[in-house]
Design a binder for this molecule. Structure first.
Ligand code: ADP
Length: 428
């Protein structure tokens, strides 16, 4: 069966977020890490999400990677492309949302492309073309101070227009049209694409709640390209006759020892590690200064772990309180400390899997990236959700012939009992 939807996400955790929404709404989904090569086999799935690192990459690289992914997805049979951007529309006047969206629109011959980063469940809504984060305009939210993509204008029509060449126009389909239903939205999009709105290729669509997203998904069903946050995904599976259910999130039965590798120092992860230690779980602390001093900390951790591997999860962690992290960073430099710890934890994750771990939780976004790379993983089948934004996945790995169950948790996700919840949620 060929694909129903081909998605290109501009970062890794955004890809997982989108994939999770598709699975919850009933689509069997596989996430590919990086641009697939022309001969790569098409997974047996309804939707494929290609995870790129294009959000803050140089524009030309972001466009080239996105186009290569789009060609692969189209060759795999995807009738519609979904360019997944951040729900806070993270970008700069140079891009990369505008240039990538335009290149994709040209590739698929899209006359008009609806655009909405809305994700009401997470407090992101679009009204009169303006993006709100909770009750605040985007430009009044902490996003105005983002180190790489400060968002100082909440008017998405203006923000996107500034990223496009002169002559490519952005307009708005407003909330009144959206409230009137899918046919009205479709007519509104057609009108903008037609003579009246000559030159209009992109339409920001007001989306203040999940119903608005569902109406927009229906209106866009025949269009070859949509640009959206992960929210729009909730409306797409039903259009293909798919409904939420266990079949979409089914993974092979889990097997093997259980382990957690944590390199996140975010508040939520600190609380989760503290809860694990309080509960008497077996844990090994990785000391960055010891790595810097030349000790083979990975070997020490693996020697400690090997006799303890089994059904009860063990924890290897570098997670530390802000004061401790600052002390380490003052001695080693923040980037150097981060790289040392990531490399060590990735080596430990790979060693654990070689020694029989088949159920692995990794805490930390960057840490997850390093571990996935060390495990030689290039595709993840997305399974049931443990906590919002964190599903269990199943992946083939060169280090374990029967594959591996993996949960990649970005820092601030999950409640305090996340580690217990995670292993409790996995069917063996
Ligand atoms: P999060 O998702 O919480 O941001 P990341 O893994 O993305 O977590 O980032 C955490 C960073 O902090 C990583 O680069 C990691 O190597 C680094 N790190 C982890 N523990 C320590 C520590 N004790 N001292 C200094 N840096 C650390």
């Amino acid at each position: 069966m060929s694909l129903l939807l081909g998605c290109i996400a501009d970062d890794f955790t955004g890809a997982t977020d989108l994939a999770g929404n598709l699975v919850r709404a009933g689509m069997r989904t596989v996430q590919l890490i990086g641009v697939p090569a022309p001969g790569d086999p098409v997974p047996d799935a309804d939707a494929v999400v290609v995870a790129l690192k294009s959000r803050t990459a140089p524009v030309a690289e972001a466009v080239a990677d996105s186009l290569a992914s789009a060609r692969w997805l189209r060759a795999a049979g995807a009738p519609q492309l979904y360019f997944k951007v951040c729900s806070t529309f993270d970008s700069t006047p140079a891009g990369n949302i505008g240039p990538v969206a335009l290149a994709l629109a040209d590739l698929v011959g899209a006359a008009i492309v609806p655009v909405t980063p809305a994700f009401p469940e997470a407090g992101r809504t679009v009204f009169q073309g303006h993006l709100f984060v909770g009750s605040q305009l985007l430009s009044d939210s902490p996003m105005r101070q983002h180190p790489l993509t400060p968002m100082t204008d909440a008017n998405l029509v203006r923000v996107l227009q500034a990223q496009l060449p002169a002559g490519v126009r952005v307009d708005l389909v407003d909330h009144r049209t959206v409230a009137a239903g899918a046919p009205a939205i479709a007519a509104g999009l057609d009108a903008l694409a037609g003579a009246e709105g000559a030159g209009c290729r992109f339409a920001v669509v007001d989306t203040v709640d999940d119903d608005a997203l569902r109406r927009l998904a229906a209106a866009a069903q025949g269009l070859p390209l949509v640009v959206a946050g992960s929210g729009l995904a909730i409306g797409i599976p039903a259009l293909h006759g798919l409904a939420p259910g266990a079949a979409a999130s089914a993974l092979p039965p889990a097997a093997g020892a259980a382990a957690i590798v944590s390199g996140s120092c975010s508040a939520a992860t600190q609380a989760q590690v503290a809860r694990f230690l309080d509960g008497g779980g077996a844990a090994f602390a990785v000391d960055p200064l010891s790595i810097a001093a030349g000790d083979d900390v990975a070997a020490q951790a693996l020697d400690w772990a090997t006799p303890r591997l089994g059904d009860a999860p063990l924890l290897v962690y570098a997670t530390a309180a802000p004061e401790a992290v600052q002390r380490v960073q003052a001695q080693l430099g923040a980037a150097e400390a981060g790289a040392l710890v990531e490399a060590t934890l990735a080596c430990i994750a790979a060693g654990l899997v070689q020694r029989g771990v088949g159920r692995l939780v990794v805490a930390g976004g960057e840490t997850s990236g390093a571990c996935v790379q060390a495990l030689g993983i290039t595709r993840l089948r997305i399974g049931p959700q443990i906590a919002p934004g964190v599903p269990w996945c199943h992946a083939a790995s060169a280090l374990r012939s029967q594959g591996l169950h993996l949960a990649l948790k970005s820092g601030n996700f999950g409640r305090q009992d996340f580690f217990r919840d995670a292993f409790g949620a996995l069917v063996q």
